[in-house]
Design a binder for this molecule. Structure first.
Ligand code: OAD
Length: 240
C-alpha cells in the first residue's frame, strides 16, 4: 500500500445501508415505490410542493434515528489520523458522516436536516417539519422554503471545492454508489485523468466502472475498516 498526499472519498447510499437506511435503487429502495419524478425533481416541487414536503417530513425521523456504522467511523478515523489530506464528498442527505465525527463533509446533494429559503437564499437547520406555509426565520417570507436537497434539474452544491479537491487527489475512493447519477458518477474520470489511483467499493460490480483500477466487493462496514487500517499502517511504517 502506498502513502498518499491527498485522498478524495465519494460516498453514496450504500455506505448507510448497514445503518438501516434504504438505498435508492435497491429492491426495497427509496425510489422503488415512489417515482423519482414525483418527489425528487424541481418540476415536482413546483407542481405539488405539499406532496414533496410530506415525503421528506416523513423520511426525517427515520434518518435521524440512524447511527453511523463501522464504515462511517473508519472514514472519520482516517480523516483524523492520516498524515495526508482526506476530503469526504457525499451524495447522501443523511448526516451519518458528521455523526461519526467527520469534519468538512462536502454534501453535494444537500442535507435532510436543512432547508433553503427560495426568497433570500438563506440555508438553515430544519430538523422539524416544513410545509408550504412555513416562514423563513431570516427574511420572514412564508411559503418559499424548500428542503435543502438537490433535486434533479438543479445544480449540485459546493462543486468549486469538489473540482479543486479532485484535481489534487492521488487516491480516489468511491464507496456504495451505483455510479448512475452524474456528475458525481464522473468524478472518478477526473481523478483518473490527474493520475490518481482509483478504488470502487460495492456489494456487486456496477455498470459504470471503467475508470476504476481496483474493485473491492463486500459490505462497506467490513471492507472500509480493513482498507483504512491498511492505509494507516502504511503511513505508520513510512514514518518509522
Ligand atoms: P443507489 O441506490 O443508486 O446505489 C447504492 C449502491 O450501493 C448500489 O450500487 C449497491 O450495490 C451499493 N450497496 C448497497 N449496500 C451496500 C453495502 N452495505 N456496502 C457497499 N455497497 C453497498 O445510491 P446512490 O448511488 O447513492 O440523489 O444514488 C445516487 C443519487 O441518486 C442519490 O444521492 C440520490 C439519488 O437520486 C438525490 O437525492 C439528489
Amino acid at each position: 500500500m502506498s502513502v498518499y498526499r491527498h485522498i478524495v472519498v465519494l460516498t453514496g447510499a450504500g455506505i448507510s445501508a448497514e445503518s438501516g437506511l434504504a438505498t435508492f435503487r435497491g429492491a426495497d429502495g427509496l425510489w422503488n415505490n415512489r417515482p423519482v419524478e414525483e418527489v425528487a425533481t424541481i418540476e415536482a416541487f413546483e407542481r405539488n410542493p405539499a406532496y414533496v414536503h410530506d415525503f421528506y417530513n416523513e423520511l426525517k425521523p427515520e434518518v435521524f434515528k440512524a447511527r453511523p456504522n463501522p464504515a462511517h467511523l473508519a472514514l472519520a478515523k482516517l480523516q483524523k489520523e492520516y498524515p495526508g489530506h482526506v476530503c469526504l464528498i457525499t451524495q447522501n442527505v443523511d448526516t451519518l458522516h458528521e455523526k461519526a465525527g467527520s469534519i468538512d463533509v462536502c454534501h453535494i446533494h444537500g442535507r435532510i436536516d436543512q432547508a433553503v429559503c427560495l426568497n433570500c437564499g438563506q440555508i438553515m437547520e430544519a430538523t422539524g417539519d416544513i410545509d408550504t406555509q412555513t416562514a423563513c426565520p431570516h427574511c420572514q417570507v412564508a411559503g418559499m422554503m424548500k428542503p435543502n436537497i438537490v433535486f434533479f434539474g438543479e445544480n449540485l452544491l459546493d462543486m468549486d471545492n469538489v473540482e479543486r479537491q479532485l484535481h489534487q487527489c492521488d487516491l480516489f475512493l468511491s464507496i456504495g454508489t451505483s455510479g448512475i447519477v452524474f456528475p458525481a458518477a464522473g468524478f472518478v474520470q477526473t481523478a483518473k485523468y490527474v493520475g490518481a489511483e482509483t478504488y470502487e467499493f460495492n456489494l456487486e460490480p456496477t455498470s459504470n466502472n471503467f475508470y476504476f483500477d481496483h474493485h473491492i466487493m463486500g459490505p462497506a462496514g467490513t471492507t472500509i475498516p480493513q482498507f483504512v487500517d491498511k492505509l494507516l499502517q502504511a503511513a505508520t511504517e513510512r514514518k518509522s
